[in-house]
Write a protein that binds this ligand. Sequence first.
Ligand code: A2R
Length: 312
Amino acid sequence: MKPEILQICPMHPRVEAAFAAAYVVHRYWDAADKAGVLAARGPEIRAVATDGHYGVAPEIMAALPQLAMVASYGVGYDAIDTAACKARGIRVSNTPDVLNDAVAEIAVGLMHALVRRIPQADAFVREGGWLDGTFALTGELTGAHVGILGLGRIGKEIARRLQVSKMRVSYHGRHEQPFEPYAYYSDLTAMARDVDWLVAIAPGNAATRGIVSREVLTALGPQGAFVNVGRGSLVDEPALVELLVSGGLGGAALDVFADEPRVPAALLGLPNVVLSPHQGSATEKTRAAMGDLVVRNLAAFFAGDPLPTPVV
Ligand code: A2R
């Protein structure tokens, strides 16, 4: 008998094929009668597959008395109540490392897009503006100072790429990393004051909520630019919008938002902003690798083996 699992959201086709081969899969997002699925099959389900956006809602947790495993598709697990999972002895896995390069690529790509005004230049050519004159001169990354909030697995890949772009790299985190070749700031506002760019790539949780505060953004200033590829919750979004509109902050390149997929309307018309629909890990290769990790974590759970990438 195949074990039953609850799949909360759509996943990469190769994940779904692997699930179909190994489990009886209840496709929660697809179910017309969600409460009915939980009532009928909830008592049998020991594992859930989800992602960092959907997490596991409290009513789902409550409807699965035998739940013992949550396999999440993504590195950030802020949408999963890990404390509640721990209290119930529920294991949680995520998909770290395999997405480091893809997220670093989008971070650096967004920075190039913002400083060289690539979206506007593309529109300029398409709309025939070039026939009437040349595009306005832009800034560049070369020689600028960047501060990374969160020099973790992904932050280090971003740092490495920005060094190749001839930028000076500093970082902020709770701890100094003495074997890294970058300057450490224990104070985020002090770093924001010194840098031209602030790149946020820390986890979303209670300790990091709003860590990029109005004070930090103001310290970054009218010549500074903010890049967020971590979580929307890291920044005081209303303050960010206000400062971008007033010119108190120079620019922003944003892949993540507080209330995805809703983006503050005031950002949509701003020329000093580049917007991206949470594309960090969204490449074919990376999503396949993330999917394989979800499949391996679930298989390990049902086999009674150690999880490849446990969170809890
Ligand atoms: O604080 P440290 O020294 O442990 O550095 C970690 C930093 N970090 C923080 N920095 C300042 N204040 C905090 N309260 C705080 N909490 C954590 O974030 C570390 O350098 C970095 C996280 O690195 P990793 O755990 O290796 O995460 P990874 O794989 O780089 O992903 C980062 C986030 C995910 O959680 C998703 O939200 C997003 O990127 O995709």
